[in-house]
Design a protein around this ligand. Structure first.
Ligand SMILES: Cc1cc2nc3c(=O)[nH]c(=O)nc-3n(C[C@H](O)[C@H](O)[C@H](O)COP(=O)(O)OP(=O)(O)OC[C@H]3O[C@@H](n4cnc5c(N)ncnc54)[C@H](O)[C@@H]3O)c2cc1C
Length: 419
């Protein structure tokens, strides 16, 4: 059985709320380190190996697989539960704002569906206040975080190039997997963008282009305990290299791309130190008289009953907004405004990722002879963050520039093809 249920007599060291990018990584790291971990996940159990429609064609799906209210990203999207609207979980917007809240309610959270673009922050991003006077500096530097970026990229499996541009740092040698070949539309863009000084380089994406050999891994990833070494080796051997079946948003039954539900949760369970309870919606963190966390209260969504779980430590990894909500719900005599909210700022000043898109027809790409454009999901090249210097002079009208993700070429006919 993939999941285990918590036994009431088991004492847990750590409760982790959520099993997505943050919760999955915490569950993996803590359980291979020997701690007893309980993961409470609000969504349903999900097994990508059994459930991913890797080879289904658009014509086999209703509406040729096009998006609907229930499945906004299309019939085959891996988000089997969740979306812009989650039944039973309404939210309101403050007057004048329009926040669209994408939530995945399933084991692995949004990592089942994300774009898998895995970029590092650069030196400037850690010290923005010092550089341009806006926002706040991070209390750490890029150099301090860099070794952990290396470790994470190796564990996750990220492909990319070794370009080293200002504020777009490279990974250490041996960390990244080889980038796939650029497609025709990407080479054309690279050629013309290069003429006007815009860099176009291999993107970094959490997809394995080669099988990993655990023995040949750089020392940085070799853990220092036997359990962690065994689990890591077993987990790496279970992953295949990408063979370009269908888009990663469907999930990946061969574990080539990164999903918490394929890369982090199964090895965490393998340790025997991790229990997972799906359909467990945590509502608040419990504290003792000293104000230390002792566990959580959660709703078992199947039986609709309230339950408690105890541990020495509670990790909230329920996504940015939901984590803030749990903290605000956790009111007690010691913390009347919610937990960790002495500042009164929890849940305020959230910032979303903003983007805009456009489509164009490029005459040079019309009527090109049929050729092989196979590759991973999404683009192989991109334009990294740029124009961050101009904004210092005020040319852009907004701070810190932007990056451009682009794609083009041939695709399997689907809904929207005439758009
Ligand atoms: C369409 C899309 C594309 C994206 N593409 C990229 C990309 O290319 N590159 C990139 O870096 N990022 C991308 N992201 C962002 C990335 O997916 C998130 O930043 C990341 O998943 C956040 O991790 P998390 O652990 O905070 O939240 P999640 O991965 O969302 O996990 C949170 C988990 O907590 C569970 N949960 C919530 N509330 C509770 C509760 N009360 N009790 C118990 N469990 C709870 C949820 O069900 C979920 O499983 C993308 C996101 C979206 C939506």
């Amino acid at each position: 059985m993939f999941l285990t249920s918590p036994k009431s007599q088991t004492a847990y060291d750590v409760i982790i709320v959520g099993s997505g990018a943050g919760g999955g990584m915490a569950a993996y790291q803590l359980s291979v380190s020997g701690l007893k971990v309980l993961v409470l996940e609000a969504g349903r159990h999900y097994d990508p190996v059994r459930e991913t429609p890797m080879f289904n064609l658009p014509r086999e799906a209703p509406l040729m697989g096009g998006g609907t209210r229930e499945k906004p990203f299309g019939f085959y999207d891996a988000t089997v539960d969740g979306g812009w609207e989650v039944p039973g979980e309404p939210y309101t917007n403050a007057p004048g704002s329009n926040f669209m809240w994408w939530r995945a309610r399933m084991l692995g959270g949004r990592t089942n569906h994300w774009g898998r673009i895995s970029l590092r922050m650069g030196e400037y991003d850690f010290k923005p206040k010092t550089r341009d006077g806006l926002g706040a500096d991070w209390p750490l530097t890029y150099q301090e975080l860099a070794p952990y970026y290396d470790k994470t990229e190796m564990l996750v499996g990220v492909f990319g190039g070794d370009d080293d541009l200002e504020n777009t740092p490279r990974s250490s040698p041996g960390v990244l997997q080889p980038a796939p070949k650029a497609r025709g539309s990407e080479l054309l863009t690279q050629k013309h963008a290069g003429r006007i000084g815009i860099p176009v380089i291999p993107i970094h994406r959490a997809i394995m282009t080669e099988r990993q050999d655990p023995v040949a891994l750089p020392m940085k990833l070799h853990p220092d305990n036997a359990l962690a070494r065994r689990v890591l080796a077993q987990s790496m051997r279970s992953r295949q290299a990408c063979f370009y079946a269908t888009e990663c948003g469907r999930g990946c039954s061969i574990k080539a791309n990164f999903q918490s539900s394929t890369v982090l949760i199964p090895p965490a369970l393998l340790t025997g130190n991790c229990d997972i309870v799906p359909d467990a919606m945590v509502r608040e963190v419990l504290v003792d008289a000293k104000g230390n966390a002792t566990g959580v209260k959660y709703i078992d969504k199947v039986t609709r009953t309230e339950r408690k779980a105890k541990a020495r430590v509670v990790v909230l990894a329920a996504s940015a907004a939901e984590t803030a909500r749990i903290l605000l719900n956790s009111r007690s005599t010691q913390f009347p405004n919610g937990l960790a909210n002495a500042s009164g700022l929890v849940g305020k000043y959230l910032m979303d990722t903003v983007g805009a898109g456009l489509s164009i027809q490029v005459p040079a790409l019309e009527n090109v002879p049929a050729h092989n454009e196979d590759g991973t999901s999404g683009e192989h090249l991109y334009m990294p963050w740029w124009l961050y210097k101009e904004q210092l002079k005020g040319d852009l009208g907004f701070a810190r520039g932007y990056h451009i993700e682009f794609g083009g070429g041939r695709g399997m006919p689907g809904p929207g093809i005439f758009g």
